[in-house]
Design a protein around this ligand. Structure first.
Ligand SMILES: Nc1ncnc2c1ncn2[C@@H]1O[C@H](COP(=O)(O)OP(=O)(O)OP(=O)(O)O)[C@@H](O)[C@H]1O
Length: 322
């Protein structure tokens, strides 16, 4: 069952120099219980995609296209509908987890509030004691040591790893249908990273939440997601089952991302970075956005933009497959 349907999504930012289109014709379907990894270098538009789904975009952004979450069109919904949707159907873990918490309220206060909100939205009434027990239970499930003490703390008194787990606890209390996690582990050290990935997977199997996992690290995306969507210069370059994308990447950009994974390629002595830099959105190449950096570039790649070619469960935007 499709829970999220994104069709022909365009997102532009109004700037001093005019309107700059960042996302261009993005399509994405996410099924119930599916984990989709959104991968790309810095500046490819990953966060813009995540923020569009929950419609928490900067004031200068403009959205066009369709984003259907559980039947609601996020592009057209009013603020009241969005408030309901954010609390029930979707939840976003931001790149900086501190942004998800209120600095002047204790962790306990915020978790209890979250629990009360969910029950209220479900039409049930519970008291503060029950909400406290539920919140403490979520922290215990996440194996945070001394949870009673953590409930009394303010966000700034905790470490990055603790805060990220508290934000995950919040999502457990809200039980959303879709969780958008934007680089949730990038500020954490490797061991905590692995724990957070494990927790997200657990959340996926236990409450069946669909997850959109945003990362620049294609290897990490492979570890958690069943499908991978590769973004470059605001367009989808490739989309397919994780196993297929990693083992047989079709797009030269995906091939480049995989050649630069240290753990796989160092042993084989073929570690290679993609030459050059992503394009500037104010000066995009005329043809394929990846053409200036592509090893397999052909004349027509510099002239026109390839469309998405679909085969089996895979989509790729490259003239090599048209
Ligand atoms: N409010 C804004 N106004 C103008 N441009 C913006 C705004 N927010 C983001 N951008 C631009 O949009 C482009 C895509 O940014 P975005 O943060 O979505 O990419 P990203 O792939 O998530 O990168 P990162 O991994 O570095 O977070 C960048 O060029 C960025 O400068």
């Amino acid at each position: 069952m499709t829970l999220l349907h994104i069709e022909d999504l365009e997102v532009s930012y109004k700037t001093m120099g005019g309107e700059v289109k960042i996302l261009d014709g993005v399509n994405l379907d996410v099924d119930k219980g599916e984990i989709v990894g959104v991968v790309g270098e810095s500046g490819s538009g990953k966060s813009t995609l995540g923020h569009s789904i929950v419609r928490l975009l900067p004031y200068n952004a403009r959205l066009k296209g369709k984003i259907l979450v559980d039947g609601f069109d996020v592009v057209k919904a009013n603020e009241k509908q969005m408030y309901f949707l954010r609390g029930t159907s979707m939840f976003m873990i931001f790149q900086n987890p501190l942004n998800s918490l209120n600095p002047v309220k204790t962790v306990g206060h915020q978790l209890i509030e979250t629990s009360l909100i969910r029950h209220q939205k479900e039409g049930k009434k519970i008291d503060n004691d029950e909400a406290y027990k539920e919140s403490l239970g979520a922290l215990k499930d996440l194996r945070l040591p001394d949870p009673e003490n953590i409930m009394k703390r303010y966000p700034h008194q905790l470490s990055g790893g603790q805060i990220q787990r508290i934000v995950i606890a919040m999502s457990m209390l809200l039980k959303p249908k879709i969780l958008i996690a934007d680089e949730p582990t990038s500020a954490l050290d490797v061991t905590v990273q692995a724990q957070v990935v494990k927790l997200l997977k657990q959340l996926n199997t236990e409450i069946g939440v669909s997850i959109i996992f945003i990362t620049h690290d294609i290897a990490l995306s492979y570890a958690i997601s069943s499908r991978i969507l590769v973004l470059y210069g605001g367009q989808v370059m490739e989309d397919g089952p994780s196993e297929d994308v990693i083992k047989v990447p079709l797009h030269p950009y995906s091939q480049g991302l995989i050649s630069s994974i240290p753990s796989i390629n160092k042993r084989e002595g073929k570690l290679k970075a993609i030459p050059g830099n992503p394009p500037s959105f104010t000066d995009l190449p005329k043809g394929c956005r990846f053409s200036p950096r592509c090893e397999k570039v052909m004349d027509k790649c510099r002239e026109s933009v390839p469309g998405l070619t679909s085969k089996d469960k895979r989509n790729v935007r490259c003239f090599l497959y048209e």
